[in-house]
Design a binder for this molecule. Structure first.
Ligand code: ADP
Length: 558
């Protein structure tokens, strides 16, 4: 069987101007990066955003991720191809840019799989159009400017030990989690503790993904909390006047990147915040642009519906010009059996009992999405090891809950692997049933917001706060920042904060460890369990299998 990278490398890409033409963009609207990638220029962005057209928005989410694989990106891309090429509807796909850390670590890239991929796969997974590097440069320039401000006199009295901004790098490097800077003589700066977060977990990534234009980008950067003075006053970036320079570093990265699928459906791949520590959706610019350019926009929310899905509905949607018209929950037979058994050892064997037990995980995800009052459909991503009896049982279990379930095989067959599903999704998006109702209201106090998500989405019995979390929340109240939306950082593997608890546990306590203000992004990150903003590399990192030959042909990405 061919690998994803082999299929992607054999694909026949069209010149990017031909892809742009499918959604009415001309060559003059593009800033090409080689043959098959382009940024959309500001003139085209501004003209498009004012065109008065808004297509339908379809959100793809999934059950809890497992090592057995769910294939959310694969389904998003395959479904987009099916609506575009089989139903002949003007379609765009909006996806996140992969982070290089996980590409070289455990997870691999994020360009889909099999016949349902965005290309050029190697470029998108590596340096692409340089957005991640621009972000890293912006994050570290900001950190250097702050340290220099302290070194050069520190008029405001910023406490070097209470700087909340982190440094950034798009590499999984656990040894940078806690560092000391400014060591040595006084000419090396003021010595203090600092730390690195992976670029995609940094607030600047979230800001890039939420900004609606350069003014908004600059305003949000100005609002970022730098730290506190020795007498407890918050200091924001605008107090130090760094927002103009940082926005200048990011202005090119704010323009969405146009690429194509293997089947030539236009795709905007832009921005990539994690869905645990951040909000987990591609840029608002890309989704809004796609809504203005096409009749159907497919977008994906990271990890399961309890993370990216919840954040999309409760937070991201209010930044978009259109709320979701339909949502797709992706499930696989293998992953549901894993939910029951907790091991990948026997997933190739038929096991109806395990499927029935594991179904509880899907049931909670699909019902959670339905409770947002957005119509839901389940797409079952077909693996060759699935047996007819398993597929039939899974469809039956979903349908008993009053939700449609269709088996798709976009991975093997491309768009032809799910025409019926494409029709069903389009019908759902056109049904006019969507009336998004969020989990909490904006005016709820921070603890009420957390409790509503914990109880309604995770099905927790109660929420417990550590002393640090209580103190963090009091600090937010003191500076009047406790009414912002919450982004709960929780393990993606479980509805609970313990990654080992699979299925759909109830009767558990959610442990809140801390709350940190992301004032420019406009949310409060609530940490639970053991979520890290700087991942490490596993014993056998994917990097060991990645190589390049003398012709520049890369292998080993997945
Ligand atoms: P997610 O978005 O949920 O992380 P991806 O779509 O990126 O998942 O897929 C993860 C991996 O699983 C990819 O390598 C992809 O090729 C593989 N995969 C997805 N669907 C299938 C399938 N139906 N059969 C075999 N492999 C699949």
């Amino acid at each position: 069987m061919k690998t994803d990278i082999q299929i992607a490398q054999e694909a026949h890409a069209l010149p990017i101007k031909e892809i742009a033409a499918k959604v009415g963009l001309s060559e003059n609207d593009l800033e090409p990066y080689g043959f098959d990638k382009a940024k959309i220029n500001w003139q085209a962005i501004n003209k498009t955003m004012a065109n008065g057209h808004l297509g339908k928005l379809i959100l793809v989410t999934s059950i809890s991720p497992t090592p057995a694989g769910e294939g959310k990106s694969t389904i998003t891309i395959g479904l987009g191809d099916a609506i575009n090429n089989q139903l002949h509807q003007k379609t765009m796909i909006a996806l996140r840019e992969p982070s290089m850390g996980p590409v070289f670590g455990l997870k691999g890239g994020a360009t889909g799989g099999g016949q349902a991929q965005v290309i050029p796969m190697e470029d998108i997974n590596l340096h692409f159009t340089g957005d991640m590097h621009a972000l890293t440069a912006a994050i570290d320039t900001l950190a250097a400017l702050v340290d220099n401000y302290i070194y050069q006199g520190n008029e405001i009295g910023l406490d070097p030990n209470r700087i909340v901004l982190k440094r950034g790098i798009d590499v999984n490097d656990r040894s940078l989690r806690n560092i000391t800077v400014g060591q040595g003589s006084k000419f090396n700066g003021v010595e203090h503790q600092s730390s690195f977060a992976i670029t995609v977990a940094n607030e600047l990534m979230a800001i890039l993904c939420l900004a609606t234009d350069i003014d908004d980008l600059k305003k949000r950067i100005g609002l970022m909390l730098v730290g506190y003075t020795k007498d407890d006053q918050p200091v924001f970036v605008k107090d130090l006047k760094f927002e103009g320079a940082i926005a200048a570093l990011l202005s090119n990265a704010l323009k969405p990147n146009l690429v194509q699928t293997i089947e030539h459906t236009p795709a905007l791949v832009h921005g990539g915040p994690f869905a645990n520590i951040a909000h987990g959706a591609n840029t608002v610019m890309a989704t809004n642009l796609a809504l203005h350019l096409s009749d159907y926009t497919l977008t994906e929310a990271g990890f399961g519906s309890d993370l990216g899905g919840q954040k999309f509905m409760d937070f991201v949607s209010k930044h978009l010009e259109r709320k979701p018209d339909a949502s797709v929950v992706v499930a696989t037979v293998r992953a549901l059996k894993y939910q029951a058994e907790g091991t990948t050892d026997h997933l190739d064997e038929e096991n109806l009992a395990a499927l029935r037990t594991g179904f509880k995980n899907l049931e909670q995800h699909m019902n959670n999405m339905r409770n947002y009052h957005v119509p839901v459909i389940v797409l079952i991503n077909h693996f060759t090891t699935d047996t007819p009896a398993e597929l039939a049982l899974l469809q039956k279990l979903v349908k008993e809950q009053g939700i449609d379930a269709i088996v798709v095989d976009y991975h093997e067959q491309g768009s032809k692997g799910g025409v019926e599903a494409a029709k069903a999704v389009v019908d759902l998006a056109n049904s006019g049933q969507a009336q998004l109702e969020t989990t909490y209201s904006e005016s709820d106090p921070v603890k009420t917001k957390i409790e509503k998500v914990a109880k309604k989405i995770y099905h927790a019995k109660d929420v417990e706060y550590s002393d640090k979390a209580e103190k963090d929340i009091q600090e937010l109240e003191k500076i009047g920042k406790d009414k912002l939306p919450v982004i709960i950082a929780k393990t993606q593997y479980s509805f609970t904060d313990n990654q080992k608890l699979l299925g759909a546990p109830t009767d558990f306590t959610l442990h809140v460890k801390g709350a940190s203000l992301k004032n420019g992004a406009g949310f409060i990150v609530i940490t639970t369990g053991h979520v890290l903003d700087m991942p490490g590399l596993p014993k056998h990192p994917a990097a060991l299998d990645i190589d390049v030959d003398n012709n520049g042909k890369i292998s080993g990405l997945f």
